[in-house]
Design a protein around this ligand. Structure first.
Ligand code: GCB
Length: 587
């Protein structure tokens, strides 16, 4: 798989955004009736891609099941010698893909990218058609699991469809397949440990040169050239330790990004060019602290969701720009990708704005309804999704911790088996970042000893101790102390705390569901968090109201946002701004 696209002309891509033909298939007839061979699609609906189907037309609002997408596409003639892939950045939940009536592959998992090679299936010119069968049926063995649109084992709306970009990408058949960059600091020098995998898919032995460049705002900082001979159908991994003198470190207050370019050349012309951005920074856990570039940090921020009216999970650049501006203004320095990997553009902005990100996997809801957490099918899917997420985001300076689960049933003995496999998978893909999971089991949790950082979600004053913030404060304080006593060496982050507030509801004295109560609860928790030296971060749940399934406990949205779903501030936004701005990033 070629993981990232590059901006240079050696790699060309064709965006397949636009109106696609669309048809639901509630009885699952499409495959038997071979809809992927259809010529006439006039009776099909048209939906915009990328975007979930749910809010584009009320007919599909609560649809769960199979649905088909199709469109025609163009392939330029000069791609005849190329390796050509069709890329999907995110399809929820399962996808089966046909190109020109030929099945090319399938993928399970709604939040990680996948691609298939198509050069032997495509034609040059306009005469190409792709069909994608999407299935968002939830079961006890999907990740995340559930039994229906209103019976999800997780608390966010289960959107369906092709909701992230689809595009064609062409590369030479001698190409850079993968780049891993791990950085370190040695005095004023930055060290970039680069691992570059090059593949020769041609039938000839190829002699070429591999040029590795570090670029800082268009200035060449470092260049390494290496001769390379590749047998037909072979690949090679080149490891290089590159020194960057007077390195500008990546940090929240100055998120400096360098460019890393890999060029394959035969001396005359470039055969392939691969570019990615990276930051020079280190993350370590030491003496109960999270150290960024050797300095202990404090995370102040949010649990969030990708959610917006009509666009659903497809937050476009304008909405992301708005969210990142709001977060910066609040004095926030961190967020968790609750409860799934966010889009590539989302993560690009995190790198640029200098947010410290806890990258969470789509492994939420592994809870009561799931019979055995060590079921081999579940273990395999969890591992694959962790691998895909880390492979996509491993070079991002913003990602400082991997959260491998949200609120699993971590009281069960067998969870340790699943967690062990998940940790091993994460470390195999990336041994440099600490791992965690967000626990709601607190003192009853049976797996906290296994992770590097302890993350806890607390709802005293909301789901329990309703309306009683004094009792909530006392309990939070006591439970945190007891947890610290049990695991004195591990840093603790409070990854969720919050209360629903319906915008416009006011109560004096504060009462549950009012804006005042939400603001008071956040203030109360924040005071406790700041009073504990071993707590190294607090994330308010949630940044903005978000859509959920229908249930008696929710008024169409989860209203724990400090902003409404359309990003209007509630009273808490002002309070959070005061609290966050006063708390320093460095302890
Ligand atoms: C939690 C979950 C989150 C929910 C939140 C709530 O503990 O992690 O997904 O949305 O509580 O509001 O109930």
């Amino acid at each position: 798989m070629v993981w990232m696209s590059s901006s240079r002309f050696e790699r060309e891509s064709i965006d397949l955004s636009g109106f696609w033909y669309f048809k639901t298939d509630p009885e699952g007839r499409g495959e038997v009736e071979k809809w992927f061979e259809k010529e006439q699609l006039k009776d099909w609906d048209r939906l915009y891609v990328p975007c979930p189907w749910n809010e584009q037309d009320s007919a599909y609002a609560w649809y769960m099941g199979k649905a088909w997408y199709s469109r025609d596409f163009y392939v330029p003639k000069d791609w005849n010698e190329k390796a050509v892939s069709i890329f999907f950045e995110g399809v929820n939940y399962r996808a089966k893909v046909w190109v020109n009536k030929i099945f090319i592959g399938e993928h399970e998992g709604g939040f990680t990218p996948f691609c298939f090679r198509i050069e032997d299936k495509m034609k040059f010119g306009y005469d190409n058609r792709v069909f994608v069968m999407v299935d968002n049926t939830l079961t006890k063995k999907t990740i995340p699991p559930g039994e229906g649109m209103n019976r999800t084992y997780f608390d966010f709306f289960h959107y369906g469809g092709i909701y992230r970009e689809v595009y064609l990408l062409s590369t030479s058949k001698l190409y850079v397949k993968d780049v891993t960059l791990r950085t370190d600091i040695d005095g004023g020098r930055g060290i970039v440990n680069a691992s570059v995998n090059v593949v020769n898919e041609t039938t000839e032995t190829r002699s070429c040169q591999l040029i590795l460049r570090v670029i800082d705002s268009n200035e060449l900082v470092n260049e390494n050239t290496e001769p390379l001979v590749l047998e037909p159908s072979s690949d090679r991994t080149v490891e290089k330790r590159i020194i960057v003198k007077n390195a500008k470190l990546w940090c929240p207050e100055d998120p400096h990004l360098y460019k890393f370019a890999v060029i394959i050349t035969d001396g005359g012309s470039n055969i392939d060019v691969f570019e990615t951005r990276f930051g020079i920074r280190t993350v370590r856990i030491e003496n109960g602290r999270i150290l960024l570039n050797g300095r202990p940090i404090f995370l102040k921020g949010f649990g969030r969701h990708e959610d917006f009216p009509i666009l659903g999970k497809t937050l476009n650049g304008a909405i992301l720009r708005k969210d990142f501006g709001l977060m910066k203004d609040l004095g926030c320095n961190s967020f968790r990708t609750s409860h799934y990997p966010y889009s590539k553009t989302h993560m690009d902005l995190a790198d640029e704005y200098g947010f410290l990100v806890i990258l969470e996997m789509p492994t939420v809801g592994l809870w009561q309804g799931v019979e055995r957490l060590d079921d081999p099918e579940i273990v395999e899917k969890v591992k694959r999704m962790i691998c895909e997420a880390i492979q996509r985001d491993k070079n991002r300076p913003s990602v400082i911790i991997y959260s491998l689960f949200n609120e699993p049933d971590s009281c069960r003995e067998e969870f340790r088996i699943l967690l062990k496999e998940a940790i091993e998978e994460a470390r195999r893909n990336d041994p440099t970042r600490p791992v965690t999971f967000a626990s709601c089991m607190h003192l009853e949790d049976k797996a906290l000893d296994m992770v590097d950082v302890l993350c806890f979600n607390f709802y005293y004053g909301w789901y329990t101790l309703c309306g009683d913030l004094e009792a909530a404060s006392r309990t939070l304080s006591r439970v945190l102390d007891e947890l610290h006593e049990k695991y004195p060496d591990k840093p603790i982050i409070v990854t969720e705390f919050g209360a629903d507030a319906i915008a416009g509801v006011h109560r004096d004295p504060p009462e549950m569901w009012s804006e005042e109560y939400q603001a008071e609860l956040i203030k109360t928790y924040w005071n406790v968090i700041l009073s504990k030296k071993y707590v190294v971060g607090g994330h308010v749940w949630n940044f903005a109201d978000f859509r959920v399934g229908q249930s008696p406990g929710r008024t169409t949205l989860n209203r724990k946002g400090i902003f409404t779903r359309t990003r209007d501030p509630k009273l808490s936004a002002k309070i959070v701004r005061e609290l966050f701005r006063k708390a320093s990033t460095y302890l």
